[in-house]
Write a protein that binds this ligand. Structure first.
Ligand code: NAD
Ligand code: IPM
Ligand code: MN
Length: 346
């Protein structure tokens, strides 16, 4: 039988419960659809770091390369390991090494979910550049702790990197409502962001069927709140996409609903699926985190693997659950109860 090798990285905090919930739903969705999800769990996390001094073993990336996909919960336990150590030791190297340059984050209201906005009918697909830009990691600090201290963090935008994410976004817009919003801050950042706008204009020639508009990030933040129904595909740099997608999560009812896929479109390395949210230390031991974001990310994984029927079954089960009122109000239903409802709906 067709078997997909899935690497499971539960990580820290609520990530552990969220991956367990999603994995049980994915297993049930696979059911008798003619394929097997063969999971291997890796304990890589801040707890692992405290034991071993690294977030993952030196051959961690090489190990993961042998898998068809990765399902990740969340990374980070700032009370014990600095975030800059934990994220640069696990999550960010996976995205970069596997050239998962397209981070796809859908924002729409699930049935039964009351968002904070008056608008209820919006369907936004954020496409975030995921390997360079503000997250390049180029820079340093000198004269630490002195009055002469200097910190430099250089954003790196390459033609290859910008062009491929924009093309990816144009292609996505083509399969949807044909509208693309490209987000920069080219009125202030006159090199990298003007470069991005220039490439947007150049590529637009190749996609005459897509209506592309460039926005500044500040105006886009307001638009996502005031007029989200005017947006279809939104493409942005790494940091801008990060911020806009927590905003997207907020307008769709909370971080418990926001899914994400880190895609290697060339398929020459595994892609990774994870919720937008983090390890939520403030609620980590309470059993009340919403697993829907991770379950939805799992549905995106099934879709990426080509198992569209199973992916549709998971999405239908999520929607049946929220439509019945379960999991719609933060903190009202326990993680287990929401998971049980999704499982029952499969
Ligand atoms: P967070 O996303 O973990 O939490 C922000 C807020 O949202 C918290 O109040 C939390 O309780 C709530 N929340 C998050 N997920 C929820 C869910 N499923 N159900 C209900 N409520 C939910 O962001 P943070 O507090 O800034 O970060 C905590 C840690 O996670 C840090 O170490 C951070 O670096 C890390 N982080 C990791 C990832 C990732 O692994 N992809 C993403 C974001 C943050
Ligand atoms: C996300 C997270 C990560 C990011 C952090 C934890 C490095 O916020 O996936 O949105 O900024 O990419
Ligand atoms: Mn984020």
């Amino acid at each position: 039988m067709k078997t997909y090798k899935i690497a499971l990285i539960p990580g820290d905090g609520i990530g552990r419960d969220m991956t367990a919930a999603a994995w049980s739903v994915l297993q049930k969705a696979a059911g008798n659809r003619g394929f097997i999800l063969d999971g291997t769990e890796f304990p890589w996390s801040c707890a692992f770091y405290k034991e071993t001094g690294t977030m993952m073993p030196a051959d961690g990336i090489a190990t993961l390369r042998g898998f068809d996909a990765i399902l990740l919960g969340a990374v980070g336990w700032p009370a014990e390991v600095p975030d800059a150590v934990s994220l640069h030791g696990l999550l960010l190297p996976i995205r970069k090494n596997f050239v998962q340059y397209a981070n796809i984050r859908p924002h729409r209201l699930l049935p039964g979910v009351q968002g904070p906005l008056k608008a209820s009918a919006f369907d936004i697909l954020c496409i975030r550049e995921n390997t360079e830009g503000e997250y390049s990691g180029a820079g340093g600090r000198v004269h630490q702790g002195t009055l002469d201290e200097v910190a430099v963090e250089t954003s790196i935008f390459t033609r290859k990197g910008v062009e491929r994410i924009l093309r990816f976004a144009f292609e996505q817009a083509r399969t949807r409502r044909g509208k693309l919003a490209s987000v920069t801050k080219s009125n202030a950042q006159k090199h990298s962001m003007v470069f991005w706008d220039d490439i947007t204009r150049q590529l637009a020639q190749d996609y005459p069927d897509v209506e592309v508009t460039s926005y500044h990030i500040d105006a886009m933040a307001a638009r996502m709140v005031m007029a989200p129904e005017t947006l279809d595909v939104v493409v942005a740099s790494n940091l801008f996409g990060d911020i806009l997608t927590d905003l997207g999560a907020a307008i769709q009812g909370g971080l418990g609903f926001a899914a994400s896929a880190n895609i290697n479109p060339e398929r020459n390395a595994p892609s990774m699926f994870e919720p937008v949210h983090g390890s939520a230390p403030d609620i980590a031991h309470l059993g009340i985190a919403n697993p829907i974001a991770t379950v939805w990310s799992g549905a995106m994984m099934l879709e990426h693997l080509g198992e569209q029927a199973a992916a549709n079954a998971v999405m239908a089960a999520i929607e049946a659950t929220t439509a019945s009122g379960i999991g719609t109000v933060p903190g009202k239903d326990r993680t287990d109860a929401i998971t049980a409802a999704v499982l029952a709906a499969i």
